[in-house]
Design a protein around this ligand. Structure first.
Ligand code: TRP
Length: 329
């Protein structure tokens, strides 16, 4: 029996944070044996906000290398760049013809982004969910691992698929959200009520996955906690809870084990231990990334193979759909 299919994309917004790693990318790598996975750099989505072209180009290559560095294996998993696979843009157009204006108007991300970029509310920003629906439906995905912020986009994807299926028979699989078994939400090291994000001006609030080990330990030493002394997971101790979640997810220890380990010790010891554990977990990622970035030919070759394989698979769904919709084939 063939495996179930998992599809997800990530925008090339720069080096991944520890939050992207623990909450998403590391989990993707763990799913590779259980599912047939397709992961891509969602660069067409990034065009919906103005970005410096040189920066977009550099960050796309960087993001691709980062996926490989985090353990995604091109022999097992489809890894490609969205703009290199023309079926995505084509499918996106078809999807937009089956998406209602009213539906798109209700998307909270559209409302937020158009408020943030009031001088550039372009049509692509509005139809972004249609493009995303195409990305998913092209591969007949069973599951899509998405964070909370993309839930609404997955819902609209399901609605679009059902709408098209009701017009032309079952051509598209209706995907479901995949809720990871492990991971968790990593919060800012400086304000644990906020999600860790690289857009935070305070650079002590986040760490990237290729950061220098010494910097990592230092940022953890400066992490904001509370005025108590005990390392225990309890409501109201957001800073300590966050550090415990991070420590647990890199060491595999349970909360009880961590509490026992640091019984009678202070926050200082705990913060250093978390920093060192994170630095150790990320050391191979950083090493692999540095190697890959020195070997552009290899990167380009892997990318080309992924792009071609993605085209071959996705064009099947696209051709079938075009025929069903009455396009002359
Ligand atoms: N919109 C997603 C984000 O910004 C990226 C994305 C594009 C995606 N296409 C996708 C995620 C398809 C999952 C499936 O995070």
């Amino acid at each position: 029996m063939s495996k179930e299919i998992m599809v997800s994309g990530i925008q090339p917004t720069g080096t991944f944070t520890l939050g992207n790693y623990i909450g998403a990318v590391r989990g993707w790598a763990r799913l590779q044996d259980e599912y047939d996975c397709a992961y891509f750099i969602a660069d067409l989505h990034s065009l919906t906000v103005r970005m410096d072209p040189a920066q977009l180009r550099a960050q796309s290559l960087e993001a691709y290398a980062l996926l490989l560095s985090c353990g995604l294996d091109p022999e097992k998993t489809l890894l490609f760049v969205q703009s290199h696979v023309p079926t995505h843009a084509e499918m996106g157009w078809i999807m937009s013809c089956y998406t209602q204006f009213g539906e798109l108007s209700r998307m909270t991300q559209f409302k937020d982004k158009s408020a943030a970029h009031a001088d550039n509310i372009n049509a692509g920003l509005f139809t972004y969910p249609s493009l995303m629906a195409g990305d998913i439906l092209l591969y007949q995905a069973h599951y899509v691992p998405v964070g909370e912020d993309q839930r609404q986009h997955l819902e609209i994807t399901r609605d679009i698929a059902q709408r098209i299926n009701s017009v032309c028979g079952d051509v598209l699989r209706v995907p479901e959200a995949y809720i990871p078994k492990t991971g968790g939400r990593v919060m800012s090291l400086q304000d644990p009520s906020k999600k860790m994000s690289k857009s935070d001006e305070n650079t002590n609030a986040w760490i990237t996955i290729i950061e220098d080990p010494k910097v990592i330990v230092n940022k953890f030493k400066r992490a904001v906690t509370d005025s108590e002394k005990e390392v225990v997971f309890r409501e109201g101790k957001d800073g300590i809870n966050n550090l415990m979640v991070i420590y647990s997810s890199v060491t595999g220890k349970t909360m009880e084990e961590i509490e026992r380990e640091f019984e009678g010790k202070g926050y200082g010891d705990f913060k250093v231990a978390v920093g060192e554990a994170v630095a150790e977990e990320l050391a191979p990622v950083r090493e692999k990334y540095n190697d890959l970035m020195k070997n552009r030919d290899y990167l380009n070759e892997v990318m080309k193979k992924g792009d071609e394989a993605a085209y071959k698979i996705s064009v099947r769904t696209l051709s079938k759909l075009k025929k069903k919709l009455g396009l002359l084939v």
